[in-house]
Design a protein around this ligand. Structure first.
Ligand code: KMH
Ligand code: ZN
Length: 277
């Protein structure tokens, strides 16, 4: 039996940047998203992280698009649904928070909260301190626990400030996003520093970009953490071979997690491990 807790695998299925030109396997419609999500669940994922797209494939944080995707997913399986509040570069706060208008049976299980501004390739992912507080307030008002997205170490320091202000509670759940152009690189030393820096008792996930995605599943598994894989961050299963869907990346992550001695968390176990209530 593994001494470590079961590993939560999250499938970041869509994102805002990947296009159908880059991969024909990107899910866009609610039905496509739900079908791939159900396969991700079967392959070992406990949660999906979703963005939404309009019919033409362009990114959108429209409440109704998220409602349709969440309903379609929940019709097919019990996977947890984490919504993005990052959206796409350049979106304003009200647009970014579109999915936070979903209540009752359509309420998501979790929402992301990025706690600082960062270079994002040649763009800037803008998260001023007032904006971070506004989004944190809306997540809290919906009764959700945020996944704190850290693209750099200072974003953990900002989480400490948010906790002091009563906008988030500890222990928290962090996602270390490594390897975005212009931000913290996907290096094992970076992961080791970040996990040593989070408040006691917190849980963490690592999302590494591109070719680093799958190797970092192994590093996270060995260190007792959790992993995020999926087309938002990486479209290749191996060099030059496109993943035929998010489920293929989840299946490979599951294989690596098990090889490192980890069991996989069910959605119910993930709910407890991430303290989603
Ligand atoms: N698309 C990025 C600019 C999140 O989902 O919360 C932001 C992002 C973070 O993907
Ligand atoms: Zn995202």
């Amino acid at each position: 039996m593994s001494a470590q807790a079961p590993m939560v695998i999250t499938a970041a299925m869509i994102g805002a940047e990947v296009t159908r030109e880059m991969t024909p396997h990107l899910p866009i419609t609610p039905e496509e998203i739900a079908e791939d999500a159900a396969k991700c669940r079967e392959a070992g994922a406990a949660m999906v992280h979703i963005h939404a797209r309009k019919a033409d494939g362009s990114p959108s944080q429209d409440t109704e698009l998220f409602r349709a995707a969440i309903r379609a997913i929940r019709k097919k399986c019990d996977i947890l649904v984490q919504v993005s509040t990052g959206g796409a570069v350049g979106m304003e706060v009200d647009e970014r928070c579109g999915p936070l208008k979903l209540t009752g049976a359509d309420r998501p299980d979790m929402a992301t909260l990025t706690t600082g501004t960062v270079n994002f390739g040649n763009d800037v992912f803008w998260n001023s301190r007032p904006l971070v507080r506004e989004i944190a307030t809306r997540i809290k008002a919906l009764g959700l626990k945020p996944e704190i997205e850290c693209f750099d170490a200072g974003m953990i320091d900002e989480a400490f400030a948010l906790e002091k202000e009563g906008l988030i509670t500890f222990p928290a759940h962090f996602d270390f996003v490594l390897g975005v152009g212009g931000a913290l690189a996907a290096r094992p030393e970076a992961l080791d520093f970040l996990r040593s820096y989070v408040p006691a008792g917190s849980s963490w996930t690592c999302a590494a970009m591109g070719r680093h995605q799958l190797p970092f599943v192994t590093l996270s598994a060995e260190r007792g953490g959790n992993a995020r894989v999926g087309l938002e961050d990486n479209i290749y299963l191996s060099k030059g071979v496109l993943a035929k869907g998010n489920y293929e990346l989840v299946a490979e992550a599951a294989k690596r997690a098990k090889a490192a001695g980890r069991e996989l968390a069910t959605p119910q176990q993930a709910r407890e491990l991430l303290r989603l209530g």
